[in-house]
Design a protein around this ligand. Structure first.
Ligand SMILES: Cc1cc2nc3c(=O)[nH]c(=O)nc-3n(C[C@H](O)[C@H](O)[C@H](O)COP(=O)(O)OP(=O)(O)OC[C@H]3O[C@@H](n4cnc5c(N)ncnc54)[C@H](O)[C@@H]3O)c2cc1C
Length: 435
């Protein structure tokens, strides 16, 4: 296939070698049609990667197969992974009943629970790049490209730079949209012994789910890998103290029968979307572009979307369309991040089985801010309208077949399962017009 944009994409930089940067470097290697393109993979080995990020979406399964050319089974073994068929919610909503958010088609489509470190190792093997270990001090757009400045090295000019440097140091309302309707901002990570058993060849075929367990100060994720089980307590440090959270975490592990754990990290995080994800020469991807708490594991899938959109449009469209394409791509990506964040924030709208300070704060004070925070005049896109339309569909007594394919970043089936599971509206299966 002729890719007219490839001619104007000769020299590319990826800055960062976390999950997002590693995906980008492997994708450029795989997708660039000319083998003589130049790719610089830049990272600062003194700045650690986040390293958590062990839940994914089904699109990663196909994506990794394309990037590595390895069979699915080998990839899963290399990731010490399990097959994730959805998220099992415990104690959420007003129905006092546990429920599962399955990928669609249910019980068929699966993603990976994976080791983030092993994922980057795997991707590095599929990357052909000059690796540069240096601190980047600035990335600036210039005529038909971008300049990267380094500590201790001369600057370099590139046709396209993927900026995957992780979270911004602080949020600036001019540059970032504050997703202030998400009520959590910190996670305590612990590692516990594995609870799934590998077969002799290291492959686990059993269906597994990320558990998302409501707790008085937030919720706990439980992610089963074959190496270990990853636990994370996600909470709001302005509402609960770390000591309160640690103590409830201990109680949870004890009641779950977990004999021992290794304390890994306490990670503060912002909930935000960058207003300029892509400007034609610089593409922010991964945690540099947007982040929201990990309830629906939206980070890796967002990075896939960001870099996939940018790379495809740059390769497949002639350079003269660049100026017109860039704002449209940027708007699309922001809109998608906003839709994800509304979907995630909505999970708190019906509270949980706990009538605690955190859950009252989340349900009664934080979620109601979503209309103001996602106002099109503030965010420059119509994600709120699309989200409202999905909720309106949930309220209808019958959902017409013509609406079954509707999406707001996620498919209608995801909205239906969460709506039903939380007890937002009447049972959803009664609404689908199956006639
Ligand atoms: C508690 C928690 C749970 C999560 N769970 C999930 C999950 O289940 N699923 C999921 O998809 N995601 C999850 N995530 C998100 C996960 O963090 C991201 O998917 C993933 O880590 C992507 O990070 P990144 O590559 O953008 O940035 P990072 O991992 O932060 O990597 C940044 C890279 O940039 C480099 N760098 C930084 N500054 C410079 C500089 N100035 N010069 C040169 N190099 C630089 C660093 O060396 C590093 O290589 C979770 C996040 C948190 C906080």
């Amino acid at each position: 296939m002729i890719q007219p944009g490839a001619k104007s994409l000769r020299k590319i930089a990826v800055v960062g070698q976390g999950t997002a940067g590693s995906l980008a470097a492997a994708s450029v290697t795989r997708l660039h049609p000319d083998s003589d393109h130049e790719l610089h993979h830049i990272y600062d080995s003194r700045i650690p990667v986040i390293g958590v990020g062990e839940g994914s979406w089904p699109s990663l399964v196909q994506n990794l197969q394309e990037l590595t050319n390895l069979p699915h089974e080998t990839i899963q073994q290399r990731l010490r992974g399990t097959r994730k068929y959805g998220v099992a919610f415990e104690g959420w909503g007003r129905r006092n009943q546990d429920f599962t958010h399955y990928f669609t088609p249910q019980q068929v489509s699966y993603a990976y629970h994976l080791s983030a470190d092993l994922l980057t190792n795997l991707l590095h093997e599929s990357t052909r790049a000059r690796r540069i270990d240096a601190k980047v001090t600035d990335i600036t757009r210039m005529d038909s490209g971008a300049q990267v400045e380094f500590e201790g090295l001369p600057p370099e000019r590139y046709d396209l730079v993927f900026d995957a440097r992780g979270f911004p140091r602080e949020l600036d309302p001019e540059r970032h949209i504050d997703l202030s309707f998400i009520p959590t901002n910190t996670a305590v990570i612990r590692r516990c012994p594995a609870i799934v058993e590998e077969d002799r060849d290291g492959l686990v075929l059993q269906h597994t789910y990320t558990r998302a367990v409501a707790r008085p100060h937030g919720w706990i994720f439980v992610i089963p890998l074959t190496l270990h089980t990853s636990y994370g307590y996600v909470f709001n440090r302005d509402v609960s103290t770390l000591a309160e959270v640690e103590s409830d975490f201990d109680a949870f592990l004890e009641s779950d029968g977990v004999p021992e754990f290794e304390q890994r990290a306490v990670i503060p995080f912002p909930n935000f979307a960058h207003r300029q994800i892509y400007d034609g020469a610089v593409a922010r991807i991964g945690n540099a572009a947007a982040f929201m708490e990990p309830l629906e594991a939206t980070a890796i899938v967002s990075a896939q979307l960001q870099l996939g959109m940018v790379l495809q449009i740059r390769l497949n469209r002639p350079a003269e369309h660049l100026e017109r394409d860039a704002p449209a791509v940027n708007r699309f990506l922001i809109n998608n991040m906003l839709c994800y964040s509304l979907f995630v924030g909505w999970h708190y709208s019906c509270g949980s089985k706990y009538d605690s300070r955190f859950w009252r704060y989340a349900r009664d004070h934080v979620w109601p801010r979503h209309r103001e925070a996602a106002d099109p005049a503030v965010v420059g896109c119509d994600a709120l309208r699309k989200f409202d339309e999905m909720l309106e569909l949930m309220n209808q007594t019958v959902i017409d077949k013509t609406d079954w394919e509707r999406m707001c970043a996620l498919p209608l089936t995801s909205y239906a399962q969460i709506s039903q599971g939380l007890g937002c509206q009447a049972p959803v299966w009664e609404k689908f017009d199956i006639g």
